[in-house]
Each structure stands twice: as C-alpha cells, then as structure tokens.
Design a protein around this ligand. Structure first.
Ligand code: SAH
Length: 218
C-alpha cells in the first residue's frame, strides 16, 4: 500500500474534524495526522479510512473510531518513556499512536489472527519498540508490571483487579465499563497502594472484553 498526497489530505481533514469535536492536544492530533490509518484496514475500506468511524477488522473485531482513539489517548496524558500497557491490540493502530507519543508500549491481543496482523504492521511501520503479546489481557502482563498507564480498548462489564494491581502509584487505568452495550469511559488513578480515584467521561461503544484466548474461552 502507498501513502499518497490524497491520503495525507484526507488525514488533515480528519485532524480538523477531531479538533472541532473537542480534541485539543496538539501532540495527539499531530500523531493522528502522521499515521496511515488505511494501512490498518482491509483494502475495501481504503477510500473511507479517514472517516470518523469504526471499521471491521479480522475475527469480527473493529478498529476504534478515530475520535475514541484520540479521546482515550487524551485521558492517558502520555509522557515520553512511560510504560504503557494496551489491552486489545486489534489492528495495532492505537498502539502505533502510543508509540509515536514516545511511550514504551506493551500490547495484548486474544485473537491470534489480529496478533499476527498487528505484528506485521509494527514491522512494516518500523515500530519494533512496540511489544505485542498473544495472551488474555484480563490478567494484564504481571511479568512486566507495574505500568504508568493501562488502556483497555474493549468494553468491559467490570474493572479487573489484576489491572488495578499492575499500576504504579500515580498510575492511570482508562477502561470503558458498563453492564450493557453502553460503556462509561472511566479513568482510575492509583493514589496510594490501596486508594483509587475514579472519574467518568461519557458513553462509548466497544466490542466486548472477553476472558481467555480465542480458542479456549473460559
Ligand atoms: N485498539 C484496537 C481496537 C481493537 S477492538 C485498534 O487500534 O485497532 C478490541 C480488541 O480487544 C479486539 O481485537 C479483541 O479481540 C480484543 N480483546 C477482547 N478481550 C480481550 C482480552 N481479554 N485480552 C486481549 N484482547 C482482548
């Protein structure tokens, strides 16, 4: 695939649209302006890759809407060199955004097809610093904990304790949570070992956060 002037122009328009929708962090806007989102999509969606919508990817999953990517990234307040864990690699687009913000990115996916696809993407985009794992993200990544930031990009019906326990003191978990399709975007900050502060930021829709790997649902 190529990244043409036309794609770049469409990306500029997307950035403008995100600004109008209230995304003001210039670093995030710049990164979204740089990453060729059409590379992450099936060829069939190439023409529409810079519309602000979610698209189907492999295994019945979706690449999040650009507004959602920008919104979640903004809540994380990423600083260079921070250790960030993403749960739900999917296409690898969100992980690429985090990497261009200079985070040290760890990302977990439970669908083998998407794990393989995203690994190829990180190679072809020359982002070898992103470490991808084919694992059940419900358990986090204890061997590399603690993390400064943890981002869940699938809709959860609860807040997994394992993720809270893998935050640094001062660390932040961003996770969409709810007991039906509408999930409330939560930001949870670990103030001390056992003190957490929770903030809510509106309603979003996501594919479900599931337990287990795709071939051994528990
Ligand atoms: N961040 C992705 C969006 C992916 S959609 C992107 O930028 O494209 C959410 C992803 O979470 C799906 O790929 C789904 O398979 C994955 N997922 C759901 N439950 C999971 C779990 N327990 N562990 C790891 N990944 C999970």
């Amino acid at each position: 695939m190529t990244d043409s002037y036309r794609h770049k122009g469409l990306r500029k328009k997307l950035v403008q649209h995100l600004k109008e929708k209230g995304i003001s962090n210039s670093e995030i806007l710049e990164v979204i302006g740089l990453i060729p989102r059409h590379f992450f999509l099936d060829k069939a969606f190439e023409e529409r890759a810079y519309e602000d919508i979610a698209f189907p990817i492999l295994s019945g999953q979706t690449i999040s809407q650009p507004f959602t990517v920008a919104f979640q990234t903004n809540l994380l307040e990423i600083k260079p060199k921070e250790k960030v864990l993403e749960i739900g690699t999917g296409s690898g687009y969100q992980a690429s955004v985090l990497a261009l913000l200079k985070a040290r990115v760890f990302t977990i996916e439970r669908q083998k097809s998407l794990f393989d696809f995203s690994q190829k993407m990180f190679k072809s985009l020359n982002l070898p610093q992103i470490r991808g794992y084919y694992k059940d993200g419900y358990k986090g990544l204890p061997s590399f904990a603690p993390f400064d930031k943890i981002l869940v990009t699938a809709g959860s019906d609860n807040i997994p304790d394992a993720l809270l326990q893998q935050l640094t003191i001062g660390g932040v978990l961003v996770i969409p949570v709810g007991d039906n399709e509408d999930k409330t975007m939560l930001r949870i900050t670990r103030k001390t070992t056992d003190e957490f502060v929770q903030e809510s930021f509106g309603i979003f829709r996501f594919v479900p956060f599931l337990k287990g790997l795709n071939d051994e649902i528990i």
